[in-house]
Write a protein that binds this ligand. Sequence first.
Ligand SMILES: Cc1cc2nc3c(=O)[nH]c(=O)nc-3n(C[C@H](O)[C@H](O)[C@H](O)COP(=O)(O)OP(=O)(O)OC[C@H]3O[C@@H](n4cnc5c(N)ncnc54)[C@H](O)[C@@H]3O)c2cc1C
Length: 383
Amino acid sequence: MIAGGSVSGLLAAREISNRGLTVGVFEEDSEIGFPEKCDGLVSVKGVADLQVPLDSNVVQNSVRRALLYSPGGLCLEVNATKQKVIVMNRKEFDRTVADQASKAGAIVRTGSRVQKREIRGDGVIYQGKFGRAEGSLAIDARGYSSLVSVRRRGALQGGKYVLRGSWFDRDAVELYFDNDATPSFFKWVIPINEELAKVGAAGDGINAFKLLDKFVQEKRAQVISKVAGPIVTSGPLDRFGIGREIIVGEAAGQTKPTTGGGIYSAGLGGLLAGRAVVNCLSTGELSSLREYEVGWRRVFGREFRSSLVLRNILGKLDNRRLELIFKAALDSGLGEEIAEKGDFDFHLGSLLRLLGLKRVTRLLGSLALPDLTSILREKAKIA
Ligand SMILES: Cc1cc2nc3c(=O)[nH]c(=O)nc-3n(C[C@H](O)[C@H](O)[C@H](O)COP(=O)(O)OP(=O)(O)OC[C@H]3O[C@@H](n4cnc5c(N)ncnc54)[C@H](O)[C@@H]3O)c2cc1C
């Protein structure tokens, strides 16, 4: 049984039902994919790994450039063509995965909030207005509402608008860094087409809507829709479950600490969890569930550890230092290097390239960040 019918829960269900096993997904919203969970920026490779087809109703746009702006307006341009990044209609994407799962035999129940979970030695029980359901194993894919029950902090206040406007380029994602306005994070613009863009902001303790309203005024844009949502940047839980229940996706902190992106990493969590459940049910060994956690950490463990370090560093930088880092990056041609060797899903390489710049190391060194030592050790290991 799975609580939560978004990308991670639905991919777990698809994997389980693909092997001919019975699985039920309980989703509290009355429609899969609505309200839309995110802005849908993802790599083509990531979606391919999740084995979800990219139909024309899912893909909205392709990104060719990323424009990173410093607080003072310097622009670091990265050519993103090699990284093959697309903008998806997230609602349609979730529906596609739900279709895959349902066609394989999964029972997806919307409007079904799991109010009580009982994890026993011999089975699991869910209860809600839908009644009572029993199963042998449970997957918690309830996203942030689950994570926040175990970890109070670790999400930034975020909001996203769809805007109609004319200031942006159809092929360029824009990121605006300003640690006064969006402490520890940034504002972003993700174009859907020539006229529409998904525009969001997140930061420690900010009122994202207030900030976005100001942006709307500055850009003379028209608001089409507004959604608030926490951006999870705190990294993975120490354990992805115990006994007969495993935790997947955002509920397990499987979103990138650098950007909060989670379609790929949370989705892969769901996929691996589903496969581990299949193994567990065929061997009868609960210990088979551990394969999921080991597998996920093999792919993302080191990357997420380093990303957490970067997150902590970004949180401690003032705008003056941010500006100097941008200047050093521009002077050294870092944008071209990232365009050539960067990876949209794994940021460690780009981070190490940035730290390879002497001016940046010196600047951060003056902050005496304890985390920096560990990341420089990582860099030395790779070099
Ligand atoms: C503003 C914003 C923009 C983002 N943009 C991007 C992006 O561009 N690219 C990217 O990769 N990621 C992005 N993300 C992150 C991405 O949305 C998440 O990482 C991803 O959706 C996590 O999937 P999940 O299945 O683990 O959890 P969620 O998508 O959070 O889904 C959890 C599901 O559980 C359901 N649920 C909760 N409680 C219960 C209950 N008790 N009973 C039944 N159901 C329940 C919820 O209704 C929900 O459907 C963004 C996030 C935000 C907030």
